[in-house]
Design a protein around this ligand. Structure first.
Ligand code: OOG
Ligand code: MG
Length: 260
């Protein structure tokens, strides 16, 4: 496929994000037969665009790593995208409203040593993880009604919009991440709940999958990367003024308020 179409896809998605408006999905509007490889090429251009604007990568992120998400989105394959510094909001802070935000409870990994695939296992990930911490990811697909196929969502940087990390950093050896329970509440009402095991059996498996996917392009997870392992439960659509709280057993609470 020509680089021109890949650029067109990148420009189309950048416009949606900048203008805070929904766009028709790429596989309807531009290229019905978009492949996974081409979708990651478009994502790479989108990431380069943000780097050229002076933004810094916080880390890659995994998405679509739980059955709850697969059932909700109709796409059942893990994907990755990238989180940037301008997308971070302090714990307890106000998240600027973009298009049609949804919130997700996630376990994040702060990486202590490079992890280079292929063949990476969860045990290797845990050995190279400095800390785990809780997070709320605010996803905001640029697509109408969050309606997309696998390749659409890859090109759209896996719907990444904002991330709030918690303040409790724990050594992964201190407890069993598989069994960490979590609740996700909006305006004081629990809307979703789950456990670490919901994420590919163990959240570290999601990071191992990421290392092995990056290896296909000759890339690796780097020391210092702060990586989301994917939502434990389905995502919840939120409105202006909503107060969101995610509580994790042993990892504390992360909160945000949806701003205007
Ligand atoms: C894609 C992004 C999913 C997760 O944690 O599963 C994601 C989407 O559902 O819009 O970030
Ligand atoms: Mg997510």
């Amino acid at each position: 496929m020509s680089i021109e179409i890949i650029k067109q896809i990148k420009d189309y998605l950048v416009a949606g994000e900048v203008e805070k408006r929904e766009v028709v999905k790429v596989t309807t509007a531009i290229k019905p037969d978009l492949t996974v490889e081409e979708a990651y090429q478009a994502q790479e251009l989108l990431v380069q665009h943000k780097l050229d604007e002076g933004h810094k990568i916080v880390g890659p992120k995994m998405g679509l790593t739980s059955k709850a998400k697969w059932d909700q989105m109709g796409v059942s394959e893990p994907i990755y995208g990238y989180v940037f510094d301008y997308q971070l909001v302090d714990n307890g802070g106000v998240v600027p409203f973009q298009i049609h935000p949804k919130v997700e409870a996630e376990i994040a990994f702060l990486i202590g040593e490079d992890i280079e695939g292929p063949g990476i296992t969860a045990a290797q990930v845990l050995a190279k993880t400095e800390y785990v911490l809780p997070a709320i990811e605010v996803i905001d697909s640029r697509y109408e009604n969050f309606n997309f196929t696998l390749t659409d969502v890859i090109a759209d940087n896996a719907s990444t919009s904002r991330v709030v990390f918690g303040n409790t950093l724990r050594k992964p050896s201190e407890f069993d991440l598989e069994l960490v329970g979590a609740t996700l509440s909006v305006n004081g009402k629990i809307r979703e709940l789950g456990a670490g095991a919901a994420v590919l059996g163990h959240p570290a498996n999601a990071i191992a999958v990421l290392a092995n996917m990056l290896a296909r392009k000759g890339e690796k997870i780097k020391k210092g990367d702060l990586i989301l392992s994917g939502a434990l439960t389905g995502a919840i659509l939120v409105n202006v003024g909503d107060f969101v709280s995610a509580k994790f057993d042993g990892l504390g609470e992360v909160t945000l308020t949806m701003g205007e």
